[in-house]
Design a protein around this ligand. Structure first.
Ligand SMILES: [Zn+2]
Length: 169
């Protein structure tokens, strides 16, 4: 479900930070994804980036790390009032973690459908885990995205990541 993009200046700033984190991941040789966990009062509490290549652990997605951080550090009410901003729509693993710990809204830049189309275009082999929209995993969650303009920046990061990985330059 795409809802209208009625984002505040601060929310745009959190999205820009997600893209910076995704860029940091890319520069460290990891997949270009970044996420920020923001409290109900608008304060950014935690952030992370993808670390699947550098750690050798394919579950090291930033959204999963933030869900566990929230479980360890926030009350259920605080989690429900929080928003996770992220450069790419949560995968099924991260959407489930988000739902299990009771976090609130998600704002993503690019959708899983967009990512699947971009990777197919680049000739990237299919992932072992099926791509599903967040709403397929957590049906009652408020989800905002994709964000036009920003999504193209994320596409560019994936092009750079897979361009070097696949020798597409
Ligand atoms: Zn994930």
């Amino acid at each position: 479900m795409t809802v209208s993009l009625d984002l505040t200046t601060a929310e745009w700033r959190h999205l820009r930070r997600c893209i910076e984190l995704a860029t940091e991941a890319l520069e460290a040789g990891d997949e270009p994804f970044g996420s920020v966990l923001v409290a109900g009062n608008g304060i950014a509490l935690a952030e992370d980036r993808n670390r699947v290549i550098s750690s050798g652990d394919r579950t090291r997605h930033p959204e999963f790390e933030l869900a566990r951080w929230a479980a360890a550090n926030m009350t259920p009410d605080e989690r429900a009032a929080a928003t996770v901003f992220t450069s790419g729509e949560h995968c099924p693993m991260c959407a489930a973690a988000h739902g299990w710990v009771g976090l609130g809204r998600i704002v993503y830049v690019s959708s899983s459908d967009q990512l699947a189309a971009w990777l197919a275009e680049l000739g990237v082999p299919a992932s072992p885990v099926r791509s599903l929209a967040i709403r397929e995993i957590v049906p009652n969650l408020l989800v905002v995205g994709p964000v036009p303009g920003f999504a193209e920046q994320v596409r560019d990061l994936h092009r750079r990541f897979y361009g070097s990985a696949l020798g597409l330059g």
